[in-house]
Design a protein around this ligand. Sequence first.
Ligand code: NDP
Length: 321
Amino acid sequence: MTKTVHAKVVIIGSGPAGYTAAIYAGRAGLRPLVLKGLEAGGQLMLTTDVENYPGFPEAISGPEMMERFQKQAERFGARVYQEDVTRLDLGGRPFRVESSERAFTADAVIVATGASARWLGIDSEQRLVNRGVSACATCDGALYGGSPVAVVGGGDTAMEEALFLTRFASRVTVIHRRDAFRASRIMAERVQRHPRIAILWDSVVEEVLDVARQEVTGVRVRNVKTGAVTELPVAALFVAIGHEPNTAMLQGQVELDAKGYVRTENTRTNVPGVFAAGDVQDATYRQAVTAAGSGCMAALEVVRYLEHHGIEPAGGVQRPR
Ligand code: NDP
């Protein structure tokens, strides 16, 4: 490991929240350090077209959007490392952040680690992950060209996955545990109107077949109203049932809510100098644009916090490089 480097602010995470925080902190002259993490770019890296981020009337792909965010942050002096944080100590001052390659001390930390896909939690699902069970249609959909596939979930993610999969699959079946989608109306209508998408309402996946063959051949589905159990032959199952906040390394260090999200007030956590932005502290909206907005707030809060503690930026507003 190289010697410890001190930064005024370390930003952990590189989705819309982390990069927006880096843009604002960079422009405030703070030379922020961004630890991108192994899921660099966050959930937008798994998204095809982003149609609801203002300013992109023709839509933009998630990965391209994140590349632009990163460039913009770097233009204002952000130093970006593609490393995961392995150790975080928010107990003393300065804070201490370690990755596999480096160690940092920091006057302020912004946590923007987002959330990760949730799994059904059944044994056969876990045993077939990456063998036909996936949480990312964008990543794996093309592998199942010409075959029937299924998507579990009733939110916007499930709708987006189902629509995307129609590019490859012969038929897409959406399996949802209730009789109405949670997704936004526009997405739900697109799914319901699509000629190659079928919907199994009131249904839950009981088992993914076939563990013995180490590949997905179908799913056993139970109708929760009638109790009827049926088998649906599919070559892949895409699980799209929401997300869990990435807060494992914060356990016992900052206050979390019952679902594990960081408790914040205007991005401030209960530890002075530690801020959180984006999905890691937002179980409600979880949009790219709201994440970006809270990243901006966190950086402005950091500036106020550092000023209050007499810590000056490197010298005036950072000029673009
Ligand atoms: P949501 O929490 O909105 O939806 C999760 C879905 O999975 C719900 O329908 C839920 O059912 C179902 N579900 C949860 N747990 C289980 C389980 N154990 N078994 C079976 N089904 C389960 O998550 P999303 O990831 O879909 O969306 C998160 C946020 O991101 C939302 O705000 C959404 O609007 C946004 N988003 C927007 C997009 C866009 O606009 N292009 C694209 C993707 C996401 P139930 O309804 O019964 O609770």
